[in-house]
Design a protein around this ligand. Structure first.
Ligand SMILES: [Zn+2]
Length: 386
């Protein structure tokens, strides 16, 4: 029994391009969770998106290497499944951030065997911390390198438009500090910064996560796809997108059929500690994201959603579903890249050294001990594999 059997979905294997592993577990537990998650959801491929790192926030300094470790472990276990790893980038947030430094990062992560880059700087709070535009010339050599080597980029840009409106933002979003007052760039300004990157690098293989938070404006989405031929969107909720699609279901359905090559599956599934038995997997509320996406694309009957009102699903044909569920992922990423084990072991050693010298610690002693141990496991594994 898998999620597909439980809900009667189409027998199309999934490639989920938007997975995170930020929960605090021993790294081998995370490998097990991903293994079970892939089985439960019929995922033949997943891409783990690593965390952005900086010299101040040290929640999980080894997160990118952890993604590389999970990829390598699972790919040696299962010849018929593939795991991919995208690396976040590193900022100092001071004058040590340079164009040469960002370019060096692009070269290093590509050389280490990552399959792509995750950029989170477009999240409003992070963009504010960054203190410079996303299309600042400091990033030009970095993006030039990504374009030259056809390296896929997944970028988070913006948030739902309500987050800029104190009267419309949800209580939860307000509480966790996502309200964007006048000290933040507007959503339109943020979008212009991304489009300016694409003007400079028109062949950059850029996927905007969460449908670019643009599901309220179908005409704008069509214009973007027509103007920027390499631009793609992922369907990672932002569940508000399904509420918006349901306001013009026929128009959006036609849009999905027309641009099926530009839209791909993503879910924001994490390394949740779930259940020991697969049969219990579907019972967790935390698993709602994959099913929200699948039901909306596949089902034909309207259904009530507790947050998003009446949803009117698309009932897409198998051809369109196959492109969205797997074809676009396979075309964009190709085969999973081999990991440079020596480089990965050395990178783990460097982070361990930073811990040893007191230059790094996590939010509390317990997390520090856990992540230190995880990096030792990762370093030993890559040393042995070399
Ligand atoms: Zn995400």
């Amino acid at each position: 029994m898998t999620n597909r059997d439980k809900f009667g979905y189409q027998p199309i294997p999934l490639c989920d391009g938007h997975i995170h592993i930020t929960f605090a577990h021993p790294v081998d537990t995370t490998v097990k969770i991903l293994d079970d998650t892939m089985t439960w959801y019929d995922c033949e491929r997943i891409a783990i998106l690593g965390l952005q790192q900086d010299s101040k926030n040290t929640a999980d300094p080894g997160n990118n290497l952890k993604a590389l470790y999970c990829k390598s472990r699972l790919n040696e276990t299962y010849p018929d499944r593939r795991v991919y790893a995208f690396s976040g980038i590193y900022h100092y947030y001071d004058e040590r951030d340079t164009a040469e430094g960002y370019l060096a990062q692009a070269k290093a992560l590509w050389g280490m065997g990552f399959d792509g880059v995750k950029i989170l700087d477009g999240k409003p709070k992070m963009r504010k911390n960054l203190g410079r535009r996303l299309d600042d010339p400091i990033f030009d050599p970095f993006y030039a390198y990504l374009q030259e080597h056809d390296i896929p980029v997944t970028m988070h840009l913006g948030d739902p438009p309500e987050f800029w409106d104190i009267n419309k933002i949800s209580e939860y979003a307000l509480k966790v500090g996502w309200y964007c007052d006048e000290t933040y760039p507007t959503l339109e300004e943020l979008r212009r910064e991304v489009l300016s990157i694409l003007e400079k690098f028109p062949r950059l293989r850029l996927t905007m996560a969460h449908f670019f938070f643009l599901s309220q404006d179908l005409e704008a989405c069509s214009d973007l796809f027509e103007h920027y031929p390499t631009l793609c969107f992922d369907l990672t909720p932002g569940g508000e997108m399904f509420e918006n699609f349901s306001k013009r279901p026929e128009d959006w359905r036609a849009f999905f059929c027309r641009y099926a090559d530009r839209i791909s599956l993503g879910t924001d599934t994490y390394n949740y500690a779930l259940h020991d038995t697969l049969a219990d997997y579907g019972n967790g509320a935390d698993l709602a994201r994959t099913n929200l996406v699948r039901k909306y694309l596949e089902w034909t009957e309207s259904c009530a959603h507790p947050w998003y009102g009446t949803l009117i699903p698309f009932g897409l044909d198998d051809d369109t579903l196959t492109k969205i569920y797997r074809g676009n992922f396979l075309r964009r990423l190709g085969p999973a890249r081999p990991v440079n084990c020596g480089a990965a072991a050395y990178a783990a050693l460097n982070i361990l050294n930073a811990f040893d010298h007191g230059a790094l610690c996590c939010e509390d002693d317990e997390r520090t001990a856990l992540e230190y141990e995880n990096l030792q496991v990762i370093k030993a594994y890559f040393e042995n594999k070399e």
